[in-house]
Write a protein that binds this ligand. Structure first.
Ligand SMILES: Cc1cc2nc3c(=O)[nH]c(=O)nc-3n(C[C@H](O)[C@H](O)[C@H](O)COP(=O)(O)OP(=O)(O)OC[C@H]3O[C@@H](n4cnc5c(N)ncnc54)[C@H](O)[C@@H]3O)c2cc1C
Ligand code: SF4
Length: 443
């Protein structure tokens, strides 16, 4: 495989001068369709207009006041599906304005020159507890801290950031970039308690009794969905959650032993499968097979991600359903068992259903497998807040206008409400709940 292919990657973003030149292409649409295309209200129409007229500090203020993770979103949002898809310059020479890149450059510029766009508000007496430091929790914390609340974020893991730290591979999102964005929250007075899981029966309700005026639940989805219910524990068999998390947790050498020079199958067709396949490739796998039971166009991963992987030499094994594993001596993985599929009638998702072809079983010899077929709520998670209603899948239904759960003064947002979603959607949930908490406490 050619290792010089840049694939995706955080890389160096725009300089301020490049961001200005890009903003100069903006058509200044009266109705700013790009802003309507941002699910988190970051308002690119306004910050690009300000930049075009050289109001750099004003542009930075717009971004960070609307979105505490403006830098992370600028780097990671699938902009082609969101703000940039709505840009009126699409179809003109140069294509849509590169909104994500401008956004990231402005946030980085603020850090470089020490400009602080956010101010601490006068302190209020109420304390708020945020459970989970992923994008939803961070956004809720920042929004409340900006209006004077004392916010404590409880995080189960050793460091803050959720999927941004323990999921998205480091080649796409540098942990130092996240640390810098977290400093903006610390400057607002947000207190982080890491390695401090909220656990035990009624732990969330107990926080209210201990004097927190409201609780925001944002624990995300950390239980991997397995290929088989009684998933075997085999050397060389990983879930994407454990594989990507271990890589971000400094265990590259350990994981690398199972991947370097080996044949690796990654099961799944979404973005997490793409991250897993690319990570395996970067660790030096001999061959990486992406195994997906539907067709290429049905893959949930974005087109450019798929193209990048194809160009790098990752093999796409489409229309194949994994059904099990074959092991050899000492339980070592030897092959993944597959059944060929063909597309049948439309299913509930509006896509043609994969139907197994009878008698088409075959085996692909592999040394390692990464299952990237989704994640769900951690079983038993409902115990920490028994007064909060859950769906059968363990998700938390909320009032979409407030983020309120069925329990008084307990709110929720992010993946635990939506199912697997996007960073900017989690950011929006954090803001929605923060506004509702503020309104309730001002009554
Ligand atoms: C590998 C991967 C790559 C992705 N790439 C992108 C991308 O490029 N762009 C994009 O827009 N989206 C991406 N996503 C999706 C995005 O990261 C999620 O939608 C987003 O992180 C959800 O935010 P959240 O705050 O709900 O949860 P999370 O980010 O999952 O954070 C939840 C936090 O809560 C903590 N926690 C859980 N239980 C407790 C408890 N009881 N007490 C205390 N803390 C607790 C967890 O440790 C975690 O830190 C990706 C997802 C994955 C898995
Ligand atoms: S936050 Fe994301 S979707 Fe919103 S304007 Fe910025 S890059 Fe676009």
């Amino acid at each position: 495989m050619k290792k010089s292919n840049p694939l995706t990657g955080m890389g160096k973003g725009y300089t301020l001068a490049e961001a200005m030149a890009e903003a100069d292409r903006c058509l200044l649409c009266h109705d700013a369709p790009c802003s309507a295309g941002c699910p988190g209200g970051t308002d690119p129409g306004t910050f690009i207009r300000k930049l075009k007229f050289r109001n750099v500090t004003g542009a930075i203020r717009t971004i960070k006041r609307n979105n505490i993770l403006g830098g992370a979103c600028g780097a990671l949002c699938p902009t082609a599906q969101l703000c940039e898809r709505e840009c009126s310059a699409t179809g003109l020479v140069g294509g849509p304005i590169q909104i994500g890149k401008i956004q990231r450059a402005l946030v980085e510029h603020a850090w470089a020159v020490g400009f602080r766009p956010l101010e601490k508000a006068e302190r209020r007496r109420e304390k708020i507890a945020v459970v989970g430091s992923g994008p939803a929790g961070l956004s809720c914390a920042a929004e409340l801290a900006q209006t004077g609340f004392s916010v404590t974020v409880f995080e189960a893991k050793a460091k803050a950031g959720g999927v941004l730290r323990y999921g998205v591979p480091a080649y796409r999102f540098d942990p130092k970039f996240l640390d810098r964005e977290l400093k903006d929250l610390v400057a607002l007075g947000v207190v982080f308690k890491c390695s401090a899981p909220i656990r035990g029966p009624g732990a969330a309700e107990k926080l209210l009794k201990k004097g927190f005026a409201a609780v925001f639940l944002a624990p995300g989805l950390w239980e991997p969905i397995r290929l088989q219910d009684s998933a075997p524990s085999l050397p060389g068999l990983f879930t994407a959650t454990e594989f990507l998390c271990a890589l971000r947790d400094g265990k590259q050498a350990q994981i690398g032993k199972s991947i370097r020079g080996k044949r690796v199958a990654v099961i799944g067709g979404g973005s997490v499968a793409m991250d897993s396949a690319e990570s395996a490739w970067r660790l030096g796998a001999r061959d990486v097979y992406l195994v997906y039971r539907r067709s290429y166009t049905q893959m949930p991963a974005e087109e450019d991600e798929r193209q990048d992987l194809l160009r790098s030499g990752i093999h796409f094994l489409l229309l194949n359903q994994p059904v099990g594993y074959r092991t050899g001596a000492r339980g070592r993985l030897q092959a993944i068992q597959l059944v060929r599929t063909e597309l049948g009638e439309l299913d509930a998702s509006g896509r043609r259903r994969p139907v197994e072809v009878k008698g088409s079983q075959w085996e692909l010899p592999v040394d390692a497998v990464i299952e990237a077929i989704g994640a769900k709520a951690v079983p038993g998670g409902e115990g920490i807040a028994p007064s909060v209603k859950r769906t059968r899948d363990g998700l938390i239904p909320v009032d979409s206008k407030t983020g309120a759960t069925s329990a008084k003064m307990i709110f929720a947002g992010g993946d635990i409400v939506r199912g697997p979603a996007l960073i900017i959607e989690a950011v929006q949930d954090g803001k929605t709940a923060a506004h509702a908490i503020r309104r309730r406490l001002q009554k």
